[in-house]
Write a protein that binds this ligand. Structure first.
Ligand SMILES: [Zn+2]
Length: 277
């Protein structure tokens, strides 16, 4: 649709063992004839998106909080530290540099409640922004007795946030749809946006970590339910085929396609990771 733009913000990189993201990838498994393959400490970009829409701005995810070193559980600071970012890439600073404050956002769409996606949701406490989350995700964390892996109370147990549950696939604004993609967590959701020039863009968040996760249908050890994750991936591929969509993975700069008329590579390089329109 005319008048919608997606701006991507890059908040530096977490780092982790590649095996955490694409677990037991055959390329890196040791074999009888090759036991010399390296392990890979890889960059994991933290990305958020502002969907600028004539009826209001939608923020997709909220990146890592600057107090991560104090807040994260020790094992997870070791597993996937956010130790590669500049002061300008900190979410609140990057949002401001893009021309926005928390009061300019109508909907904060939280794909799931892992702290590297929900870390700055607290900035929207006391604003009019509706915080969109799948009901199953909210119920999932509500049942945790304490902080657990990447789920931290300081991200969601915050007074003044207007949590608004979603129950499945639904239209948020014209040509902007929430898509239910459970498996990575209880209620992981993605966003599908129909654009005038770039066609259909799907932001699947961690339902697709990397291009290889999508192309090889290879799950991550972090996935709560690998079978459900696979079902969600099939759904995503069906959507991608039906809409000739471009899939922008949660933690990769490469993109995925199914359809016959994807964004051409040179156009992608011009637009991504900063802008789709
Ligand atoms: Zn995640």
């Amino acid at each position: 649709m005319r008048g919608i733009r997606i701006r991507a913000l890059h908040h530096g990189n977490l780092r982790t063992d590649y095996d955490v993201l694409v677990t037991a990838h055959p390329r890196y498994l040791l074999t009888r004839s090759d036991q010399s393959k390296p392990r890979i400490w890889c960059e994991v970009p933290s990305l958020t998106y502002i969907i600028e829409h004539p009826d209001g701005n939608v923020l997709f995810d909220a990146s890592v909080h600057p107090n991560w070193e104090q807040e994260w559980l020790p094992d997870y600071k070791e597993l996937a530290p956010w130790d590669d970012h500049t002061p300008e890439q900190v979410f609140e600073v990057a949002l401001k540099r893009a021309g926005y404050g928390p009061e300019d956002i109508k909907y904060v769409f939280i794909s799931h409640l892992h702290t590297d996606h929900a870390g700055n949701t607290r900035l929207f406490a006391g604003t009019d922004a509706k915080i969109l989350i799948h009901e199953a995700e909210y119920k999932g964390v509500a049942n945790l007795p304490q902080d657990q892996n990447f789920f931290l109370r300081c991200d969601y147990d915050v007074p003044g946030l207007k949590w608004t549950p979603l129950y499945g696939d639904q239209e948020i604004l014209r040509d902007v749809y929430a898509i239910s993609l459970p498996g990575h967590t209880w209620g992981t959701m993605g966003l599908m946006v129909h654009l005038e020039h770039s066609g259909t863009i799907i932001l699947p968040s961690d339902a697709v970590y990397r291009k290889e996760s999508y192309d090889l249908e290879h799950p991550s050890m972090i996935s709560l339910d690998p079978e459900e994750w696979r079902r969600s991936l099939r759904k995503l591929k069906l959507l991608a085929r039906n809409y000739d969509a471009t899939i922008v993975p949660g933690h990769d700069h490469a993109v995925c396609h199914e359809g016959r008329s994807p964004i051409r590579e040179e156009e992608r390089l011009r637009l991504h990771p900063n802008l789709y329109e």
